[in-house]
Design a protein around this ligand. Structure first.
Ligand SMILES: [Zn+2]
Length: 375
């Protein structure tokens, strides 16, 4: 996860990341835009055009960031922490600590993303008008990015789950029926209808020899699969809420000393078996967790850099970094906490005493056993 994205900075306590493929798309967008502006200002020199293309691409990227910030800040308003925003070529993902637990939360969090785009689009439109006679290049830039924001905002407001509009729609039904599963079912159907419409338009346009028909069709396909996965995830999440950590049980992890070096650790435990986690001990005290996979990766890197060989104390994830769960915690929350802190196991604590660990694999297994589902 971390390898494929680059950290850009932090805005209001939220880490902003870029996926690597985004950089390529950013460059292509800037080039396309600098070509596009030639039609409006044929007299411009290449430098002016590239500058304009770069500015347009940057503003477009900023619009996507604003969209995700809208979701994140609305979530924060309801006490849901937002950890990071990652920008991908075709949109962004805001990583929230948990999903909405009430229809009111879901409604406002979903609406805030596209809402911000509509507001930003309005602001740019006004700036475009104000500069219309004085700075024609700037005015054109404002106008184009404003249009993009309106289109982006409106598209996301289409009432098909899992688009933001579909989530807003789900929140409304959830609020009316007080039934999350039913609301998700309706929203998923709305998503499928929307997908079917997109595909029908696509086919129609292709027969009419309109080049964009293909794009409509592909978008329809994408929406269809997103509606299905979105529904399955929501259903799974509900199923997981009915099982507690206590039902699942927990496991003990083998213990290793923190003074063990990376090489000693691998020599003792790495027999080419699948990944496994270990408790790192300082005498009788648990100080961290280390996995075989982490150790293997660190070893590879260490061979490349030739730095001094680390000990497990250097490699481990400190125990304080793991969110604790109790035997009463439901597995839906456990999965959310794992995703949020990017770990694959969590410590179970009862009466201030450490009991053991729950791993992602155990959850996958119980889901498969009980519901025949794949996670
Ligand atoms: Zn959104």
């Amino acid at each position: 996860m971390f390898e494929s994205s680059i950290k850009l900075g932090t805005i209001m306590g939220i880490h902003v990341r870029l996926s690597r493929s985004w950089i390529l798309v950013f460059g292509v967008t800037a080039l396309l835009m600098s070509e596009y502006v030639r039609m409006e200002f044929p007299a411009w020199n290449p430098f002016q055009r590239y500058l304009w293309g770069l500015a347009a691409s940057l503003l477009f990227f900023f619009s996507v960031l604003l969209h995700e910030l809208g979701h994140s800040l609305a979530a924060r308003f309801f006490g849901i922490r937002a950890q990071s925003i990652t920008l991908h070529p075709f949109g962004g993902i805001a990583k929230l600590a948990r999903e909405a637990l009430t229809p009111v939360e879901e409604f406002w969090i979903a609406l805030s993303g596209p809402g911000v785009n509509l507001l930003f689009g309005g602001l740019l439109a006004v700036l475009g008008l104000l500069t219309a006679t004085t700075y024609k290049g700037v005015s054109f830039l404002m106008h184009e990015v404003s249009t993009i924001n309106f289109v982006f905002g409106a598209f996301n407001l289409l009432p098909g789950f899992p688009l933001d509009g579909g989530r807003t729609f789900r929140a409304l039904i959830w609020w009316l029926t007080k039934d999350y599963r039913k609301a998700t079912q309706y929203a998923a159907v709305s998503g499928q209808i929307l997908a079917a419409l997109f595909m029908m338009f696509g086919i129609f346009f292709v027969f009419e020899k309109q080049g964009l028909g293909f794009i409509w069709f592909v978008m329809g396909l994408y929406l269809l699969s997103a509606a299905r996965t979105g529904y399955e995830q929501a259903e799974l999440r509900e199923l997981l809420r009915t099982i507690t950590v206590n039902d699942l049980g927990w496991e003990e992890l083998p213990q290793v000393s923190k003074t063990l070096s990376l090489l000693e650790f691998l020599a003792q435990f790495d027999f080419g078996m699948r990944d496994r986690s270990f408790l790192v001990m300082d005498g009788q005290v648990i100080v961290g967790v280390v996995s075989l996979q982490e150790a293997r990766l660190a070893h590879e890197q260490n061979q490349l850099t030739g730095e001094p060989i680390p000990t497990l104390a250097d490699l481990m994830t400190p125990i304080e970094r793991f969110e604790r769960i109790s035997p009463q915690t439901d597995l839906g929350s456990v999965v959310e906490k794992m995703e949020y802190s990017e770990v694959s196991l969590l410590p179970v604590v009862a009466n201030n005493e450490f009991q053991g660990f729950v791993g992602r694999e155990a959850i996958t297994n119980i889901v498969r056993q009980r519901f025949g589902h794949e996670t």
